[in-house]
Design a protein around this ligand. Structure first.
Ligand SMILES: Cc1cc2nc3c(=O)[nH]c(=O)nc-3n(C[C@H](O)[C@H](O)[C@H](O)COP(=O)(O)OP(=O)(O)OC[C@H]3O[C@@H](n4cnc5c(N)ncnc54)[C@H](O)[C@@H]3O)c2cc1C
Length: 370
């Protein structure tokens, strides 16, 4: 729906659960897949347990996949910049192809924020071929109208196909020894003899450590997995609209003043979105037609053709939102951690977040024996 049909081989066996393992990763979305990949690369025995019959059944499978180096939240920007480099590097993917579609990424803000944008461009350019720059006083750039705003332009950013990435990482993890279990739900976790035991619909697994990468489901976690910093689910709704000539091609963009965003899907379609502030929204809530209409009007300020464009489909899902800026949150059970809510931006952070989480688990559960 939001990207090309994934052609990477799907690794989704549902083999028998091991009785014990190094790390249990709960959830096979993009975050869990990245963590599992990095743990397996370090030679740690890892078992991924996913309630759905296939990977990416949560926010990941419905995501827009927009990626850029800059984020107004410094904690997210710190993860997004190195993540972009991973998405750009073909050598890191089993497919042999870099997933990044470099359509360009434009972040629009109030002109008063120009000095902060210039600093951000310097950070984004640091250590790379400098390509990011700031524009003010322009009406339009890369097919996107700026509506009086200043813009940080990252020509080498754009979007990625999240499902394809998730499958690639899980495939690499399996090649490096990880066991993957689909259609198995985690019911709870408890500490026994200083180690966590994960109770699932297919039996118990004893582990050295457990990490819940359960996205919006972290809001209502299984027993023993409640993070010390709460996560709530919030609705996200996007539309796919038809882009017909003479509508020009355009870069991806987000306007931080309104939260409105868009990206190209293919030569004739674009994805458009605007914050949908419905909290505690279940994953499969019905689409909101009023919000879809309001989104098209709001995006029309930047892409004038979008206001009257045919809506091909509307996709509603949700993501986990929280205020915690660290990556991992402890739970009440020792050696059991929960991944932070990604506040609607977990694709742009997943490569570096997974790497750091794997490092943290390795240090806390396999180096000091705590
Ligand atoms: C419509 C939409 C558009 C988006 N656009 C962008 C974008 O442009 N750029 C961007 O960076 N981000 C975007 N996001 C956000 C991004 O997609 C998410 O932050 C990211 O996919 C979260 O990944 P995750 O792996 O943490 O969670 P999820 O993908 O939700 O995965 C969690 C997994 O845990 C499993 N699970 C939950 N509970 C259990 C249990 N008890 N036992 C076993 N398994 C369990 C679920 O089945 C699920 O597969 C968008 C999100 C949506 C919904």
């Amino acid at each position: 729906m939001t990207g090309p049909t994934p052609d990477a081989p799907v690794a989704c066996p549902t083999g028998e659960l091991p009785r014990s393992t190094g790390v249990v990763v709960v959830g096979a979305g993009i975050t869990g897949a990245s963590i599992a990949h990095h743990l397996a690369l370090r030679g740690i025995p890892v078992s991924v347990v996913e309630q759905a019959p296939e990977p990416g059944a949560g926010a990941t499978g419905r995501s827009g996949g927009m990626v850029r180096g800059y984020d107004p939240d410094p904690a997210v920007g710190e993860l997004a910049m190195p993540s972009l480099a991973v998405y750009r590097d073909p050598a890191l993917w089993a497919s042999g192809q870099a997933p990044l579609r470099a359509a360009g990424a434009i972040t629009v803000t109030d002109p008063a924020d120009e000095p902060a944008l210039i600093e951000a461009a310097d950070r984004v350019n640091h250590g790379q071929v400098p390509s990011a720059y700031v524009v003010t006083g322009r009406e339009e750039i890369m097919g996107v109208r700026l509506d009086g705003g200043a813009a940080l332009v990252e020509p080498d950013a754009g979007w990625v196909p999240p499902l394809e990435i998730t499958r690639d990482w899980l495939g690499q993890a399996a090649t490096n020894g990880a066991s993957l279990h689909f259609g198995v739900r985690v019911l709870g976790v408890e500490g026994r003899g200083g180690r966590p035991v994960v109770r699932t619909t297919a039996g118990d697994i004893r582990a050295e450590a457990v990490v819940a990468a359960t996205g919006l489901w972290t809001a209502r976690p299984p027993k023993g997995m409640r993070p010390s910093s709460p996560v709530r689910s919030r609705s996200i709704q996007i539309s796919i609209v038809r882009r017909e000539p003479p509508a020009a091609a355009h870069a991806t963009f987000i306007d931080l003043r309104t939260g409105v965003y868009a990206r190209p899907v293919d030569a004739n379609h674009s994805l458009i979105g605007m914050p949908h502030l419905v909290w505690d929204s279940p994953f499969d809530s019905a689409c909101d037609p009023g919000h879809a209409r309001a989104t098209a009007q709001a995006v029309g300020i930047h892409l004038p053709w979008a206001a009257g464009a045919e809506q091909v489909s509307v996709v509603r899902a949700a993501d986990g939102y929280g205020e915690h800026s660290g990556i991992l949150t402890p739970t009440r059970v020792p050696r059991v951690w929960s991944v932070r809510g990604w506040n609607g931006g977990g694709v742009k952070t997943a490569p570096e977040a997974g790497r750091r989480i794997a490092d943290t688990l390795f240090a806390r559960a396999f180096t000091h024996g705590t």
